[in-house]
Design a protein around this ligand. Structure first.
Ligand SMILES: [Zn+2]
Length: 115
């Protein structure tokens, strides 16, 4: 005859304080996936949300936080690009003004030479 060893987890009921136990594998599965058992006096014990669901929710929150940061960076990028467009427009305006001044200067020199 082969002996089967089953690991047990000892638990004290949080409602009535009665100690009891259950197979560790069952306890860990309930903890991980969420679920309940009853103590010998019938009190429901366990977790409404298992650790797997909590980890998934945390990952979803981190993913959302990262997306929020990416969205903020896109807003900043658009502002910087907008500022660059304003700067480039000012540069084009200055170049046009310089061209007009050079042209006026050239006309003035030509007129002075003629006189
Ligand atoms: Zn109990």
């Amino acid at each position: 005859m082969t002996a089967i060893t089953v690991s047990q987890t000892n638990i004290v009921c949080g409602s009535c304080g009665v100690p009891h136990s259950m197979p560790t594998q069952q306890y860990e599965t309930i903890q991980r996936e969420g679920g309940f058992w009853t103590c010998p006096n019938g009190h429901s014990r366990g977790w409404a949300i298992g650790t797997d669901a909590k980890k998934l929710a945390e990952c979803e929150q981190e993913k959302q936080d990262m997306q929020d940061h990416i969205d903020e960076l896109h807003v900043i990028q658009e502002r910087v690009e907008g500022a660059d467009l304003v700067k480039q427009s000012a540069i084009v305006g200055l170049r046009n003004t310089i061209k007009k001044l050079r042209l006026a200067n050239k006309k003035l020199r030509t007129r002075l030479k003629a006189e």
